[in-house]
Design a protein around this ligand. Sequence first.
Ligand code: CO
Length: 415
Amino acid sequence: MENYSKLLDRLKEITHLGRAGAVLGWDQQCYMPPGGAEERSEEFAVIGKFTHELFTASETQKLLEGAEAEVTNLSPDADERLTLRMVRRDFDQAVKIPSALVSELAREEGLAHEIWVKARQDSDWKQFAPKLEKLLDLSRQKAEYLGYTDRIYDALLDQYEPGRTSAEVEMVFNNLRPGLVKLVHDIATAPPISDACLRRDFDEEAQKAFSEYVIGRLGYDFTRGRQDKAVHPFCTSFGRNDVRITTRYEKNWLPSSLMGSIHETGHALYEQGFAPGDDGSPLSNSASLGIHESQSRLWENIVGRSRSFWNIFYPELQQRFPGVLDNISLNDFYRAINRVEPSFIRVEADEVTYNLHIMLRFELEQAMMDGSLKVNDVPEAWNEKMRSYLGIVPENDAQGCLQDVHWSAALFGYF
Ligand code: CO
């Protein structure tokens, strides 16, 4: 198994380089001053180029072929064969893409982040549109290199959800959409449930302390992770022993940080839970983005909105915000935290309306990618879909098409 072990050593080096890039990405979203964007983008470009060149080098190919020959007698579900199947898939895709394109994409993503932050702050789509156009153009090039049989979007979707096609996803969504739209409508016309108790004054420091207490109890290991503040909540991993999450706070809307922290903890528990011996190998990667999101939404919705969860945590919550929830019963709080109501922000949406937010993005991304929707027309298309699926229209771009960080990182096909 000489080739196999040499190949793993080489992959570990590549993984370490990639993780160093991930640390820089985390820093950009959490601490970097806006002035650092250009320099940081060059760093991303260099790391992107070197990792890609190391991975696609003929040396990797030789080791991969040698390793494949070494494992033919092993059982098909042996770790070595599973590993090589993943490496083969990634390798065959990576060699199709020129490293100049990889590094240009990395650079443009680095630059786009700050532009998105500013555009969102000013709620001005026009500031972001030219950068998005550029990222779409580079992503189309990438998709063409990767190849596809049906739609261009499939090439990108496949990166996050291996083997899945737009047509298959569309079939699922088309089956779900009419029922969901009706359900949302029925709930909206039923007697309202008040969530006013969640909109009282919740001190930011106390929110931070409470959410860290909750996620610690859920099993998030703070000796192998930390939580910081960022414009957009996310989870990132530099190995199973350093998995970080971010959140954001709103004084008058408790679920923003609390449910966001629980959601990101679901992602983090998955990453912190990879087998210790697999660290740095392809087996310590998520199976797909859908699997990843199933973990976060399990903790956020099935656990974090359950009665048994709040039986335990509500007395603690009341205690940590003296005077704020004194006259609210557990039952009223439980109803409030489960309230379903069409809202603008996807990451803060309840579990019924959330799926419609995903469908909206999936449809707009496909249309942007195949060119049928022009970048300048995105705000209007976004608002139109919000009206038809959720019955509400954002008042501005920050509440609408500028809310998510993902397009600034060229994450198309990601949802
Ligand atoms: Co998530």
